[in-house]
Design a protein around this ligand. Structure first.
Ligand code: CA
Length: 307
């Protein structure tokens, strides 16, 4: 089996001034990163994450390797922030899928509240678990899924790339089947559009990734578009992986060059990974907690040394 058509779309939404989401739609690598931080910082963080993935993903195989690459991206963003006070505390989510067409598997590395979904047999399955405050409250039984949807702090994440020296990365491998459709998205989609509606829209698009991506972004904007919206969609079809794809260069795909599946990519005209930025919204709360914790930690260290 092999990757069929693929498409990606990112949109600033209706409320934000900038788009801080980033994506990679470069078969066999697909990823979404949702940046946070003031000014341009979130945009920088998500772009650094996407670039770090694109640089090395094609040398890799397996979920542990993808997780290690995500940890490298964490290190890169963290060190960048240490060297530039204007972007201190910046961070990003990342959900990455690396497809192994020969093995029929997809390796997933994941941090934060962007999501990976699979549509198979008319059902939508969320493959990743959100690292968010409300998701943890739901998992511990202190909040119902319905309450979580309305929670004022539903965009607060509990794990991010780049905010600390170390990050815990979820690594998982899933088996794929011909006919599967995979979706990666930022919370700008899932906070606006329910799972049942996502499935219905993808159904109505007849499994066409490009139409599906457009329909999902339109639906999120139609529901208010309160955050940046990014979707990456690809299908799995019968057939041998084309040799050209196996040897493909990791060239970048921009939003304007949304991928016609399997066809050779035009040479990129934009910088390697073009992604954008927007306001931090509820993320600021988590960010403030991280900054405060770091300040307290350094005070304690100083206090220890001073004594
Ligand atoms: Ca977001």
């Amino acid at each position: 089996m092999r990757i069929g058509r693929a498409s990606a779309l990112t949109d600033t939404g209706r409320r934000r001034l900038q788009n801080e989401d980033a994506f990679v739609c470069d078969p066999p690598l697909f990823a979404v990163a949702d940046g946070m931080g003031g000014a341009q910082a979130g945009e920088i963080a998500s772009r650094l994450a996407a670039a770090a993935l694109e640089e090395r993903a094609l040398e890799l195989r397996g979920a542990e390797a993808v997780a290690e690459l995500v940890r490298e991206a964490n290190d890169r963003i963290f060190r960048h922030a240490l060297g530039d006070p204007t972007v201190a505390g910046m961070g990003t989510t990342v959900t990455a899928m690396l497809v192994d067409e020969r093995a029929g598997t997809i390796a997933i590395g994941h941090v934060g509240d962007s999501r990976a979904y699979r549509v198979r047999g008319g059902e939508l399955a969320q493959l990743t678990a959100d690292h968010s405050l409300v998701a943890e409250l739901v998992r511990s039984g202190r909040l119902s899924p319905e309450e979580a949807e309305q929670h004022p702090h539903r965009s607060v994440i509990t794990r991010a790339l780049g905010t600390e020296a170390q990050v815990e990365v979820d690594a998982l491998t899933v088996s794929m089947l011909p006919g599967d459709l995979y979706l990666l998205c930022s919370d700008g989609l899932t906070s606006m559009v329910r799972d049942a509606d996502i499935l219905a829209l993808l159904d109505a698009a007849g499994g066409d990734p490009e139409r599906g991506a457009g329909a999902l972004v339109d639906a999120a904007n139609g529901a208010g578009g309160e955050d940046n919206i990014t979707v990456v969609l690809f299908e799995v079809i019968d057939g041998e992986p084309p040799p050209s794809e196996l040897a493909a260069e990791p060239d970048a795909v921009t939003a304007e060059q949304a991928v016609p599946g399997g066809a050779p990519q035009p040479p990129p005209t934009a910088p390697p990974v073009r992604r954008h930025g927007a306001g931090a919204g509820g993320r600021r709360l988590a960010l403030a907690a991280v900054v405060a914790a770091a300040a307290v930690a350094s005070l304690l260290v100083w206090w220890g040394i001073a004594r």
